[in-house]
Design a protein around this ligand. Structure first.
Ligand code: PMP
Ligand code: GLN
Length: 382
């Protein structure tokens, strides 16, 4: 294996899901829903297959899906040209990789916020770039962006920053002040923002999503990435997209054409249909997830964990120290065997592991009876 990939041999999701399957544990590790997305979207995919939508779609994505993506982004006041400013990708994962491969020279710096989704560091490494890590810091029961750290991290060598809100794994939703400071620094240092907004519809307690691209001066330097996986509970379909200025999208497209060329032909019209007609379903899903957030947060607290606020996504982080444990990774390796629950240690998403050792992430995008069973088992830790 080449040296630049050696730190990235197996993802935590593969490790913990395999462990959960081997032990029959309740899997609150890998984040995927255990119920399906809207019925009309599933029907649309079946119809597309029956209608013969089974060959290569156009390189940038099917025109109707690109048009639906443009319509969807208008809800935030951002306007894109469906032909030159939208690219359909194989999930947000490919979008992130293609953006970095197309835009960052070897040796240039990319700012990541720790804890960061695992593919970010791997994609930065594939591009031969250097990651510069800024941290979230506990602020009461939420995590806040370390703005002094961010100011120190950005400078003449910075080419791009990856911004993920709502944030996996902490569930943090960046405040207006945090977003404004990111925007100001991007403009000061002429940096490209690559935003990961896959949880854009999953915010709780009345919070609303603000894309960085909608801030003054940001549309011309931001690639906005999202995906249908989380919004429509179809994580296996891997239909994602990038919106941004034509020149930046063209750079990502140049890389994307040699990664996968295209993907998911019959799912593209189904996602277009869902973006246009199933946002009420998404709103119901959001409310249901908010209830689940409350349910598992209360359950974890009763079981003795120190529970952090989850403001969005479908993850909640919990401190294992009140239960007498020190290392979340050790605990996650033992949990499936010991009590039949799988979770993910937060430290695997970080460079500064010491600061994050005590945290474990639980996914709550599961049926209530599954969450209740997991909590029942977690009580045995006390
Ligand atoms: N970014 C974040 C923050 C995620 O949590 C995930 C996956 N769950 C992805 C990207 C990948 O999205 P996709 O499955 O569309 O590739
Ligand atoms: N994004 C999901 C998570 O954070 C899973 C992604 C994966 O399995 N690679 O759990």
């Amino acid at each position: 294996l080449v040296s630049r990939l050696q730190p990235f041999t197996s993802t935590i999701f593969a490790e913990m899901t395999a462990l959960a399957q081997r032990t029959g544990a309740v899997n609150l590790g890998q984040g995927f829903p255990d119920t399906d997305g809207p019925a009309s979207m599933l029907d649309a995919a079946r119809a597309a297959i029956a209608d013969g939508v089974n060959q290569y779609p156009p390189g940038p994505g099917q025109p109707d899906l690109r048009a639906a993506i443009v319509e969807h982004r208008r809800r935030y006041g951002t306007v894109y040209d469906a032909d030159s400013e939208v690219l359909v990708t194989v999930g947000a994962t490919e979008a992130i990789a293609a953006a970095l491969l197309g835009l960052v020279e070897p040796g240039e710096e990319v700012v990541l916020v720790e804890p960061y989704y695992d593919s970010y560091a791997a994609s930065v490494a594939l591009a031969g770039a250097v990651r510069k890590v800024v941290s979230l810091v506990p602020d009461g029961d939420r995590f806040a962006l370390d703005l002094d750290g961010l100011r120190a991290a950005m400078g003449p060598r910075t080419r791009a920053i990856l911004v993920n809100t709502p944030h996996n794994p902490t569930g943090t939703v960046y405040t207006a002040e945090e977003l404004a400071e990111i925007a100001r620094l991007c403009q000061e240092h002429d940096v490209i923002a690559i935003t990961d907004e896959v949880y854009e519809h999953l915010l709780f307690d009345g919070r609303t999503h603000t894309p960085l691209a909608s801030l003054p001066g940001m549309a011309e330097r931001t690639l906005t990435i999202s995906s249908s996986g989380k919004t429509f509970s179809a994580t296996g379909w891997k239909i994602g997209w990038i919106c941004g200025p034509a020149e930046l999208v063209a750079a990502a497209r140049a890389a994307k054409q040699f990664l996968t060329f295209v993907g998911g032909a019959p799912f593209q019209p189904a996602v277009a249909h869902a973006l246009r007609t199933e946002l009420d379903w998404v709103e119901q899903q959001r409310l249901s997830l908010q209830d689940k957030r409350n349910r598992i947060s209360a359950g974890l607290a009763e079981a003795g964990f120190g529970v952090h606020a989850s403001e969005g996504t479908y993850f909640v982080c919990a401190d294992v120290r009140p239960l007498g444990f020190e290392d979340g990774y050790e605990l996650c390796r033992a949990l499936p065997e010991r009590i039949g629950v799988a979770a993910v240690p937060v430290q695997v998403f970080t460079d500064n592991k010491e600061n994050w050792r005590h945290l474990v992430r639980f996914a709550f995008c599961k049926r209530d009876e599954v969450l209740d069973e997991a909590v029942r088992r977690l009580h045995k830790l006390a």
